[in-house]
Design a protein around this ligand. Structure first.
Ligand code: UD1
Ligand code: PEP
Length: 438
């Protein structure tokens, strides 16, 4: 497949697109199916590469997966996992970080697991120390191998009390997927409470789990002996929705995102409005548009939910290059998520990155040599360029910059974008973008 997109920018995006289920939920719900005795059915599944990667891993473990791609329905039947009993897989994680979440379900079913080294976006170190600490506290024995880790649970997995040093999404999911079938009670403090985690809890409850969530980031789980399958419709992808909203703003366009939902996007909508974008919400989606006139600069900090999520940051920064004045963005979730701004600078944007915590609150990256704050001065016209996609959201940002720029840009490595944006080229076409493969 041709991995370069030639984008002829300068045309505002106009029209309607649809977003389906959230990348950051669907993959976890697929792993949850491994815990059930019977088949599960997941609806509203997007056609993105991460779904293919997790499907491949589940099949390797004996899960039978059928996918009606057009209807977005996945059926996952784990009844053959015991007979397949794959102890040591000669596999790699592909582009995804999801394999680490197989630990709990496989340990419960097979008593052992081999997890390959992880993929995912290179936006910081992304260690798995919280995951391993959690698994060890449940009673797992973890050993490092050449290309991954090997785990055993010689005495089973037992409920425990854990406080996370930081409300990590993946570590919270690790705990949930392990605790639901562990023996006894588990209590997690400082848990992440992202909407995708809440929907995973919905799925686990449908399967028979007992989970309560307090208002102070404490989650309690009473382990149960067996879980069944589930039927569930995935919540929609608020990152994809916000990305198209940012594209509408940066190109002075008007995009109706069918499937976008308000409650999961409150922090984004507030920021969008402060920058000068407008939106209209109805029962089926959200219309995002540039109302004309100047955009306003803002001070923004990314944070865990209910804050402004880090995955919204990169697409929005492109729109901020078109706002009048100095915007400050303090990235507090990942230490290295401004690499994508190099290409924007090459296109004419004025963006400086700093090691200091700018914008208000000190974060855990302050004084540690990480360029995790950015100052964007605008508005600056963007000029076409030859750019290489660095990661998923950074890649979409580059695409937005190319759409906003005068002239024809070459955007290389666009396959990375398929990992989280369903049919993005069809959607660009539907919104009137001008592009070709050469
Ligand atoms: C597939 C998926 O759902 N990915 C999302 C998930 O990633 P993911 O689950 O990997 O992100 P985490 O919330 O775990 O990471 C947050 C921070 O905690 C650190 N950390 C995490 C685990 C650990 O063991 N040790 C550690 O230090 C990370 O390096 C990072 O700085 O949540 C992120 C934060 O909303 C999103 O940007 C990603 O899109
Ligand atoms: C960082 C992201 O994803 P992942 O955790 O899958 O790398 C993302 O979706 O922006």
């Amino acid at each position: 497949m041709n991995d370069v997109l030639y984008v002829n920018g300068g045309t505002p995006l106009h029209g309607e697109i649809t977003v389906r289920g959230a990348k950051n939920f669907v993959s976890k719900a697929m792993v949850a199916a491994l815990l059930g005795e019977g088949p599960s059915v997941l609806r509203n599944v997007p056609q993105i590469r991460d779904v293919g990667v997790v499907t491949g891993l589940l099949e390797l473990h004996g899960v039978s997966v059928t996918h009606d791609e057009a209807a977005g329905v996945l059926t996952l039947d784990p009844s053959n996992v015991e007979s397949a009993h794959v102890a040591d897989i000669d596999a790699h994680a592909g582009s995804s970080r999801i394999p680490i979440l197989f630990c709990g379900p496989l340990l419960h079913r097979l008593g052992e697991a081999f997890i390959p080294d992880l993929g995912g976006c290179r936006i910081g170190d992304r260690p798995i120390n919280y995951h391993l600490d959690i698994l060890r506290q449940f009673g797992a024995v973890v050993e490092k191998r050449a290309q991954g880790i090997e785990l055993r649970a010689p005495n089973g997995l037992h409920g425990t009390k854990i406080e996370l040093p930081y409300p990590s999404v993946g570590a919270t999911e690790q705990l949930l997927l392990t605790a639901v079938r562990a023996d006894g009670l588990t209590e997690l403090s400082n848990a992440a409470i992202e909407p995708e985690i809440m929907d995973l809890i919905n799925v686990l409850q449908k399967m028979g789990a007992i989970i309560s969530v307090d208002t102070d980031r404490v989650i309690r789980i009473e382990g149960v002996g067996r879980l069944g399958g589930y039927q569930h419709t995935a919540l929609s992808d608020r990152i994809e929705a916000a990305s198209w909203a940012s594209a509408a703003l940066a190109t002075r366009g008007d995009v109706y995102v069918r499937g976008a939902t308000q409650p999961e996007m409150t922090a984004f909508l507030n920021t969008f409005r402060k920058v000068g974008g407008e939106f209209e919400i109805d029962d089926d989606g959200i219309r995002f548009f540039h109302p004309g006139g100047d955009l306003r600069s803002i001070v923004l900090e990314t944070d865990v939910h209910p804050g402004f999520m880090t995955d919204w940051q990169q697409p929005l920064v492109v729109a901020l290059t078109q706002a009048t004045g100095l915007s400050i963005v303090h990235e507090t979730v990942y230490e290295n998520r401004f690499g994508f701004t190099d290409a924007l600078r090459g296109m004419g944007a004025t963006i400086q990155v700093y090691r200091e915590c700018l914008g208000g609150h000190p974060c855990r990256f302050g004084q540690r040599n990480f360029y995790h704050s950015a100052v964007i001065s605008g508005p600056t016209p963007l000029a076409a360029a030859d750019i290489e996609v660095p990661d998923l959201r950074g890649g979409f940002s580059h695409l937005i910059a190319a759409l906003a720029a005068k002239g024809t840009s070459a955007v290389r490595g666009i396959q990375l974008i398929d990992r989280g944006y369903e049919h993005f080229q069809d959607k660009l076409g539907a919104l009137g973008a001008e592009f070709s493969h050469g």
